[in-house]
Design a protein around this ligand. Structure first.
Ligand code: HEC
Ligand code: HEC
Length: 389
């Protein structure tokens, strides 16, 4: 391609960007229209094979195994393309809504302030948009994605929002057509997958690759866990070196079986689960007549009201809480575990390990527990430019 025709292509792309942002539908993202420009390929011939992406796994997460589909290895080029696609509004019917419109980087990829998200035409969804981080570890043979495990891999998960009538409302042939005709994309697919012919499988593969790179592991609690791991001295670091007295008391409420007893589902008493979730599907006793939850996927009545256990990481950014966003604050969540747990045949027995369903915490213990939950906040994750459009 000559320099001049490059310039024209870039100009056309810029015009397209302007034109598409002029069509305002009901739903608007705050983010700027994602840039779709990419430098033209260098030199003649076939592009070089993509370079493997090196995951930067922190030491305290190294013990956790993960499972990447053999037919979708993570590559630098695939991740870069996946990020573009994650923030690409052409995935929606009116070019207004991207994945990132409901999963916002500044909110740990949840939809801040929204109990349920709004679809491409402003319509209300059914459930609270889930935060997305550390999903690399979420994919195990028996586990999976979405509140009700309706998908078992990230690739499979990414198909659904595009065509969902309450989300992006688009068809895959339209998406593929739009991308194929957007300057820059064919080259990016060629570099990531060796073909400039776009198809839906490649789109979801690239998006899944990007999602696997969303690692959050830098909070006060992470610093403490790493210090313990790295320590070789006679005096190992203590929690009190890292947390305020109130936060440390809150941790004790969290791990004490007689008190909060939260660790069964959200982590481990020995502080060796920095993921802060078992990634399993459980009924925590929210409702007497629960939403079907996992049962809608398995058709097993024993799974009524079971939802994916969310991580307790980054809660400061992800309110409101629970699958339907019913709680606005962490104080409300803790009050629920203290006095509001419902005794139903489906409530997880782990909720009553202390002998009573409700934790019945004192005012002080509740405040301490909330203070502790806020220590698992990773501000570098939400500000990481690698995860921004
Ligand atoms: C309209 C808002 C909206 C859009 C757009 C959207 N999502 Fe979601 N996302 C949600 C909601 C709501 C859930 C929970 C769905 C459920 O369980 O019913 C979810 C769940 C997820 C999960 C599951 C996380 C987990 O831990 O199990 C992933 C991954 C995800 N979305 C990725 C995407 C991708 C990729 C796109 C774009 C192709 C996308 N989302 C577009 C709202 C949205
Ligand atoms: C039996 C397993 C279990 C136990 C024990 C448990 N939780 Fe949960 N927790 C869950 C599940 C499952 C959900 C999601 C439920 C839903 O949305 O329907 C959840 C949701 C939450 C949320 C909302 C997170 C979000 O992103 O929406 C917070 C915060 C939370 N739990 C904190 C706690 C605390 C604090 C304790 C201890 C007092 C605790 N949990 C005990 C299973 C458990």
């Amino acid at each position: 391609m000559s320099l001049r025709s490059n310039k024209i292509t870039w100009l056309l792309a810029a015009l397209l960007v302007l034109a598409s942002s002029a069509f305002n539908g009901c739903r608007e993202d705050d983010e700027d229209q994602v840039e779709v420009l990419t430098p033209p390929p260098t030199g003649p011939g076939t592009p070089p094979p993509p370079s493997p992406y090196a995951f930067d796994i922190p030491k305290h997460l190294a013990a956790f195994s993960y499972n990447i589909p053999a037919d979708n290895p993570t590559t630098v080029e695939g991740v870069m393309l996946g990020k573009r696609l994650f923030f690409e509004r052409r995935l929606s019917i009116n070019n207004q809504l991207s994945c990132g419109g409901c999963h916002r980087p500044e909110a740990a990829f949840a939809d801040p302030g929204m109990a349920v998200s709004l679809g491409a035409q402003g319509q209300q969804g059914e459930r609270n948009a889930m935060a997305i981080f550390n999903v690399l570890w979420s994919q195990k043979p028996t586990l999976g994605f979405n509140w009700n495990r309706s998908a078992t891999t990230l690739e499979e998960q990414a198909f659904d929002p595009v065509t969902h009538p309450l989300e992006m409302m688009e068809t895959w042939p339209n998406v593929v057509n739009k991308l194929q005709n957007t300057p820059g994309y064919p080259q990016m697919f060629e570099r990531a997958f060796g073909t400039a012919t776009i198809d839906s499988n490649l789109v979801v593969k690239a998006i899944a690759q990007f999602e696997r790179t969303l690692i959050s592991a830098n909070s006060k609690m992470d610093n403490y866990m790493l210090a313990v791991l790295n320590d070789t001295s006679q005096n190992p670091p203590t929690l009190n070196d890292y947390l305020t007295p109130q936060e440390a008391r809150g941790f004790n409420v969290y791990v004490s079986t007689a008190k909060g007893d939260c660790f069964h589902c959200h982590g481990n008493v020995n502080l060796n689960n920095p993921l802060w979730t078992d990634f399993d599907f459980r009924n925590n006793g929210l409702d007497v007549n629960p939403d079907s939850g996992l049962a809608s996927t398995t058709k097993n009545p024993a799974d009524l009201g079971k939802f994916k256990t969310p991580s307790l990481r980054n809660l400061v950014f992800t309110a409101p809480y629970m699958h339907d966003g019913r709680f606005q604050t962490l104080e409300e969540v803790v009050e629920f575990y203290s006095t509001g747990v419902k005794d139903t045949p489906f409530t997880d027995p782990l909720m009553a390990d202390r002998g009573t369903l409700n934790a019945n915490l004192t005012t002080q213990e509740k405040a301490d527990l909330v203070a502790f939950l806020k220590t698992i906040t990773d501000s570098t994750f939400v500000n990481n430019p690698a995860f921004r459009p």
